[in-house]
Structure formats: C-alpha cells, structure tokens
Design a protein around this ligand. Structure first.
Ligand code: MOS
Length: 749
C-alpha cells in the first residue's frame, strides 16, 4: 500500500518491516474488553472524592455559600472556598507554561464565566460530595454578561499559540481595485466544545513533596511544570500517569483550574483525592473553540486569478485571558495571490477561555475560505476545482518559499476521479435522486501545517534478542502507541513483538505533546534516533571485533534486520544481537535519541500537508432536511506509518468536518451567558446514521525535509476543507449559499 523507501537519519536500519503495516491498535483489546484503566478508574486507599459547585451565572460575585449546610452533610470532609483556600506558590493570575493560561482556582469571589468552580466539596463518597456541592446553594450578585462578537472588541498581538494576529502581504487595495470581480461575504462559526468521550478526571496523591497524578494528558512531561509551579516543587517531583485517554482534541493539553484544586485538596487533607468533571462541567473551565465571524474579500481578474485575498476574523476570547481562534491563518498558505491579508480581532466575552480544538484556526478558517472560493468560482462561471487549480500556489504565498513537498495536484486529480467530479453540472439545482431529493456536489481543499515539537526517547537492546523503547508519548485513542511502536521496532531492527514499548508516563523521556498533528513525526523521529543510536553501539562492538563476521565492515557498512546485523556488501554475513552482546560480555546496549525540526530546513521550506475533499449532499426541497451522502478525501501527508490508523484518523477528521458543517454548535443564552445544550443529547455530533459513505485515499508523497522519517501528520487535516466542501455541496443542491455554520434547514428553504 505504501512505499517504504526514503532517506533516513540512521544509516544502519532498514525502514519498513514494521512501519507501513496496517496493524490494529495494540491497546484496542484492552479498551473494548473494559480492561483499560482510565484515570477515573483509579481508587487508591483512603481516597476522597471532590466535586465543585459550578457557577450558574457568567459574570458577577459570589455573595453567599452555605458552607455550614454542606459541612453538616454526612460524609463531607471539607469545603474549600476563596475564604479558606490554602495559598498557592504561584498566583493563578500568572500564565502557566506550557500552553498555560491564567486559570480559576478559587482565588477570589469573582465569577468570570458560567460553570466556573466557585467552591470545592470533599467527601468520603461521590454522592456525599455531590450533595454537599448542591447544598452550598451559591447566591450571586450578577451582572449582565458580555456575550457575542460585538462586545468589547480589541486588536490582539497574537492569535492561536504565538501566531501574529495580522499578516499583510502586497497591496490589498490595489488588488481589489484592479479586479474584474469582487467577492465579499461574512461567515459565522459557533462556539464548539471538545466533547471528548472521557471527561476530564484527576486522581491526586501526595507523598511528602511528591505529587502523583492519574489524569488524561496530551503532554505528560511538559505538563509537570504547570502543576509543580503552583505548589513550589520541582517538576521532577510530579509524576503524571496517562496510560489511556478517551480523546483529547486539544482540551487535555491545557492545564485547567479543577486539576489544581484537586491537588490542593489532596495536600490539604493528606489523602488521595479524585475529581471527575461532569459532562455539563466540561462546558466552561476546560476550553472550547471560540465563536468567529469571518469576513472574506476577494478580487479576481478576468482569467479567474486572485488579485487580492483579505481574510478578517473576529473571535471571542474570555475577559481574563487570550486565546483567539487563528481562523484567518488558513488564508496565508493555500492560494496564490499577489496580495494577502490575514488579520484578527478579539471580542472580550464572559466565557471560559477558548483554546486549541481540532485543527484550531484551520478548521474554522478553511470553512469560510473554501466557501468564499466557491463563491468566487461561481462569479467567474468556473468549475470550483478548475478555479482552485487556476490559483494553485506553486510556492508558499507571502514567503515565496518552496514547499518541502506538495502533492496537492495529485490529491485534486485522484479525489475528483474517485468521486466522479467530471460529471458535475456547473449550475446549482440540476440534480435530483430517484426520490426527488435535490443532489449537490461540492469540494474544498484540505491543508494543515506539518508541525514538529521536541521529543526524546531511550532505547535498549538486550542480550536475549529483545528490545525496549521508552518515551512519554500519550495515545489519545488515535493509535499513536501502535504507530510509534512500529517505528521503534524498525529502528531496532526487530519484530514488533520483541520490543517492549513504554509510554504514557511523565517519568519517561519527553515525547512532547500529542497535538498539532505533530506527535508521530516528533516522537517517531526521536524513537528512530534512539533506536539508531543503540544499533550504532552494537555495530561498533561487532565491526571492531576480529572474531565477528562483521569485522572491518565499518559502522555504516552494516544494516539491522530481524535481530541481526548484516554486512551491506554481503548479506549472507551476519551476526545476531545476542551473540554480539554475549561476546562483549554485555547484558544490553542503550541508545538515546532526540528530535526537533531542523532549523535550516524550517527556514528554507514551507511544510504543509494537503488534501482535497469532495462531498455529495441530498436536500429535501420542501423540508430543507439535509444529509451528506458521500464523502471522498484524497490526502498527501508524507510517509504513512500505519495505513489503517491513518485512514481512521482521516475518516475521523472528515466526520468532524460533517459535524462542523451540519451539527455542532454550543447555544449560549445571551442573558445568562450559559451554554443551553451542555450535554451530548443536545450538543449535536454525528452519529452513525449521519455518517455517509467515506472514502479516503492516500496520495504518495516523499518528503526528505520535514524530518528523518518524512512524516507530516494526519491528526487534524481531515476536518479542514470538509466543512466547506459540504457547504458548497449544499449550495450546488439548492442554489442557496451557506454562510453560517452549522447549516440550518431554515437557511435553505
Ligand atoms: Mo490538538 S487541537 O493540536 O490537541
């Protein structure tokens, strides 16, 4: 299915006997049989339960808590409020690192958003803690909340995590003035919530000044520091165990107030404490995707070439912290235009701070951009795919850098062919099915940066012919441990069954963050380097030993395969790892590896994964009821480590794209500032019946520059382009433009 020849960092390893195979998830059996132990499944001896009272107003002060009533309830051990909260070593108003936000840990009586913790009750049982929290019956002095994008606007310096808020290239005004046609429209996207299956949970356990945490976390080592600084202990004193995550989507990469409160309670009471957020409580202190309104202003010349592309986003942030959905960033990198402006504004709202969620910026930005492109194609009387090809960026717009690799043209061609795009009528409302439903076809371009963070790994080759690999990598459920174990096995020249793969704990070498679609690339490259280092040590032993058949071959003259080193110039001359180690009198050799983006390559090349998504929808012409019936995506993302898991990721992303287009929205009551649909019954996500026939094609792409393994990452790209493709298909079915997400039937009839 995939080609496995590619330049590699480690000269001794032949890549591909494990990687490239469509292995099933190694943790799958544990999960489907219920044997997997998630954070909330932990019950250390003497453990207490913590439940917090969550604010029912979005702005104001807590003026009364019935602490006596809560304390009088049988089983309640302690109540923590701002009045008795023990001191923290770090003021929560200071930002935490990494990805740290100012957080709410009962530092005062202010209410800054609905569902903010206002007091914590600790009890012998979950039931007693829950009842204690209810008995607190908070009373508020409420103020009218600021909700929506017209509230308190300002211009930030940065959006997302460190992206400049305004990027301007070329002369937009001149580009628009010279255009033969101008397409201008505004698009709206709602607040969305991560809604991982597994709610945020934490079990905190102190032993002196050492803190052990069972909590799902996307970045176990990096996150230690965030906890440690609140308690004035070294980061090494914090152990985060995160063997299984029931999804993260960005929300488990950010430190949240309830986690610190749980640690505080455990220290105060000198007992282990467990805190599990209810589903409703996940709509507040643990991040979300902020609401946006995006204005697109496009100029197009007589040949259908962009003369200007201006993308301005207004996004909501909280009153006390800044995370601005970097939606306009989607327009920086995708289409060629002599003038591009990607700018942002923020609106201060009385909401929990937004954060990174499922392709932050790219998902929202591409939803708007891809519809705007479709509107431009329509204005030019052009096929939407032809229009995109006309504006294909051969080099990165704005910087003019070449791409490290870019097989987007192949994605367009293969996706279009698989979908049957050539038969699409240009005009809308031309197709009906046998039941009389309107049928529409639309497409969008998918794009996501190929990010790398920093990671380390530690390898061991043992005298019994087995190996081990250690790195803190978190598996959010996407199969990271399987793909990474495949890379580990290849890097050690062993079958995957002979490699112990240790991950998911902060006492292992730092694998960085499972986020930004960069985890396999980053942790994988570190693993590859560690395995290569161990093999190099073994090769040194063998090639310098006159009694080895490999003597004199030189380190680069041997290759590792199947637990043996072979001479490159004579494959029949080989020696097993066990024999090499035994003769050297060693029980094992170790290897260490680390990886990050090569700065020279980062400067020289634009690095981006790409894809093309084609959607078919059917719309009831009388009722406006809409369905996605077919979705084809073709993606080029460098090396495919595990095609089964990669397809899974892409399917998942495309389903989230359908969700974005048709389902997901948090409905915020403007009077109370509360999310009215804070549960999975009313916060709609696609269920099986909503998911169409899905087809994802993997387009071959060799990338010698992104990292030693040529991996770009596939975690988020599936959602990009898909919402736009669905919206464009809705237009093609009905002739009505969708400019707000999710599309509602009242918009179409
Ligand atoms: Mo993700 S939103 O990069 O965890």
């Amino acid at each position: 299915m995939t080609d496995t020849t590619i330049a590699r960092a480690s000269p001794n390893v032949r890549y591909g006997s494990n990687a490239g195979q469509p292995l099933t998830r190694r943790d799958g059996l544990l999960k489907v049989t219920g044997a997997a132990r998630y954070a909330a499944d932990n019950h250390p001896d003497g453990m207490l339960h913590a439940v917090y009272a969550a604010s029912t107003v979005a702005r104001g002060r807590v003026v009364h808590l019935d602490v006596e009533a809560a304390k009088a309830h049988p089983g309640v051990v302690e109540v923590i409020t701002p009045a008795n909260r023990p001191a923290l070593m770090k003021h929560p108003d200071e930002k935490s690192e990494p990805f740290g936000f100012r957080i709410e840990v009962l530092q005062d009586d202010r209410v800054r958003y609905a569902n903010q913790p206002v007091a914590l009750v600790i009890a012998d049982t979950l039931e007693a803690a829950t009842e204690g929290a209810r008995l607190l019956a908070p009373r508020y002095e409420a103020e009218p909340p600021r909700i929506g994008l017209d509230a308190e606007r300002y211009t930030p310096d940065a959006v997302g995590i460190g992206t400049p808020a305004a990027i301007r290239h070329g002369d937009i005004d001149a580009g628009l003035a010279s255009a033969a046609r101008r397409i201008e429209a505004s698009y709206e996207t709602p607040p969305q919530y991560h809604n991982a299956m597994e709610p945020h949970a934490i079990v905190a356990h102190w032993d002196g000044d050492r803190l052990t945490l069972d909590t799902p976390n996307q970045a176990p080592v990096m996150m230690r520091a965030g906890f440690a600084e609140f308690f004035g202990i070294p980061a090494e004193n914090v152990l985060i165990r995160t063997p299984f995550l029931g999804g993260g989507f960005g929300s488990k990469a950010i430190l949240a107030g309830p986690q610190i409160l749980c640690c505080l309670a455990a220290r105060m009471l000198d007992r282990p404490v467990k805190l599990v957020l209810t589903r409703a409580q996940m709509y507040g202190p643990v991040g979300h995707r902020g609401q946006t309104r995006q204005h697109l202003d496009l100029g197009v010349d007589a040949d259908g070439r962009l003369t200007a592309l201006a993308h301005h986003t207004i996004a909501a942030t909280s009153s006390f912290e800044e995370f601005i959905e970097p939606a306009s960033s989607a327009s920086r990198t995708l289409y060629a235009s002599p003038a591009i402006a990607a700018t942002h504004e923020a609106a201060r709202n009385d909401i929990g701070t937004p954060g990174p969620m499922r392709a932050p910026g790219e998902a929202t930005g591409s939803a708007a951009l891809e519809v705007a492109l479709d509107e431009a194609a329509e204005a030019c009387g052009m096929d939407p795919l032809d229009f995109r090809l006309r504006n294909y960026a051969e080099v990165e717009p704005i910087t003019g850098r070449p791409y490290s690799s870019k097989a987007l043209r192949d994605c367009y061609a293969r996706g279009a062919e698989r979908f049957g795009w050539a038969d699409r009528p240009l005009a809308p409302r031309q197709m009906r099915d046998e039941a009389g439903l309107l049928v529409g076809w639309g497409m969008g371009t998918a794009s996501f940066p190929a990010i790398m963070f920093q990671a380390e790994a530690h390898a061991v080759l043992r005298g019994d012919g087995t190996g081990a690999m250690r790195t803190s990598a978190a598996d959010m459920g996407q199969g990271a441990w399987t793909s990474l174990a495949q890379i580990a096995a290849d890097s050690l020249g062993l079958d995957i069954d002979r490699v112990d793969f240790h991950a998911g704990s902060s006492d292992l070498p730092d694998a960085g963050v499972a986020g930004g679609s960069g985890h396999t690339a980053t942790a994988g490259a570190a693993i590859d380097a560690a395995g290569g280092d161990a093999i190099a040590r073994l090769a040194d032993l063998a090639t310098s030993d006159p009694s080895s058949p490999l003597f004199g071959a030189g380190n680069a003259g041997v290759v590792a395969r199947g637990g043996r080193l072979h001479r490159r110039d004579d494959d029949s001359r080989s020696e097993s790892y066990a024999d090499i180690l035994a003769r050297a009198g060693l029980a094992e050799v170790e290897g260490r590896g680390r990886a990050s983006r090569d700065p020279a390559a980062a400067e020289q090349y634009a690095m981006q994964a790409h894809g093309a998504v084609f959607a078919e929808v059917k719309v009831d012409p009388d009722l406006g009821q809409m369905r996605v019936t077919r979705l084809v995506g073709a993606f080029a993302a460098g090396r495919i480590v595990n095609p089964r898991l990669v397809l899974s990721q892409l399917y998942g992303g495309m389903i989230w794209g359908v969700s974005f287009a048709l389902h997901e929205a948090a409905i915020v009551d403007r009077r109370s500032g509360r999310v009215m649909n804070a549960d999975l019954g009313e916060y709609h996500v696609p269920v099986n019946a909503d998911v169409p026939s899905l087809d994802a094609l993997l387009v071959h792409e060799d990338d010698p520059h992104v990292n030693a393994l040529g991996i770009k990452g596939v975690g988020e790209i599936g959602i990009t382009g898909t919402a736009g493709a669905v919206a464009n298909a809705l237009w093609h079915a009905t002739g009505t433009r969708v400019r707000r997400f999710p599309a509602r039937l009242e918009d179409l009839v």
